[in-house]
Design a protein around this ligand. Structure first.
Ligand SMILES: [Zn+2]
Ligand SMILES: [Zn+2]
Length: 243
């Protein structure tokens, strides 16, 4: 631990080390005082959940990109300074470790009228936890289904294929704004192409566009498929799209 202090020297002596010509706080020299008092409290183990599939961090119950900036902010929030006024905490990454990353935490502030600066190394440990989106991608979950069907025998398979590409590309764009839209599966069978969506919003907007783009005839239906954790009914929406 490094200690830097300002330079207003007072003519006193420290009852612990006998030192004079030092900076004092609550009757002791700053060095003795910081040695004997815990000025920063850092939990022995700082853990953050990381999704092994998409590598996102779970911070305050939300999944967010695993940037060093987010990790540093998370570490800073875990550091609790005591008795230090006007405190500024800054965590900066040093190097990756076997289970996470090592950070240098620098704490600057005032003990009484003296400026102090403390530094400490802290390891952030990554613990694996799959995020909801990745879990849903690997399961049979979906929220909406678009059934692409030929209007009549004149509909070519090329037209069916281009409708599918249109849907896929639009959904990819939507996935940039909404993670649920990353859930996307499809299946071809003798009736046509079934496209499964994690995002109802994405599916709904694509269907709207297909009306003008392909002159599609659309039938919408909804079915109950279960309840969520809060007891609210969960529905799946099916769009039958004839082109
Ligand atoms: Zn002392
Ligand atoms: Zn994930």
């Amino acid at each position: 631990m490094l200690i830097n202090t300002g330079d207003n020297v007072v003519d006193r002596f420290c009852p612990k080390c006998g030192g004079t010509n030092k900076h004092f706080f609550r009757g002791f020299c700053i060095e003795c005082y910081t040695k004997d008092h815990e000025l920063i409290v850092i939990p022995p183990k700082i853990e953050v959940n990381v999704c092994p599939s998409c590598l996102m961090f779970r911070i305050h119950g939300e999944w967010m990109p695993s940037t060093l900036e987010n990790a540093s902010k998370f570490v800073e929030e875990k550091v609790k300074p005591k008795q230090i006024d006007k405190v500024k905490i800054l965590a900066s990454p040093i190097e990756p470790t076997k289970n996470g990353a090592l950070f240098n935490v620098s704490i600057a502030g005032y003990l009484g009228t003296d400026e102090i600066h403390l530094e400490q190394e802290v390891e952030l440990i990554y613990t694996k936890r799959q995020c909801l989106i990745c879990a849903r991608k690997q399961s049979k979950y979906y929220k909406a289904l678009i059934q692409i069907r030929p209007k009549d025998s004149d509909t070519t398979s090329k037209r069916m294929q281009s409708a599918f590409y249109f849907i896929r590309n639009q959904n990819r764009e939507n996935a940039v704004k909404e993670r649920e839209a990353e859930i996307f599966k499809f299946k071809k069978d003798k009736h046509g192409i079934n496209v499964y969506f994690g995002s109802l919003r994405s599916a709904g907007s694509i269907v709207g566009q297909m009306k003008s783009k392909f002159g599609a005839e659309i039938k919408k239906s909804r079915s109950l498929f279960g309840m969520d954790r809060t007891g609210r009914k969960d529905y799946r929406t099916t769009y039958s799209v004839r082109i």
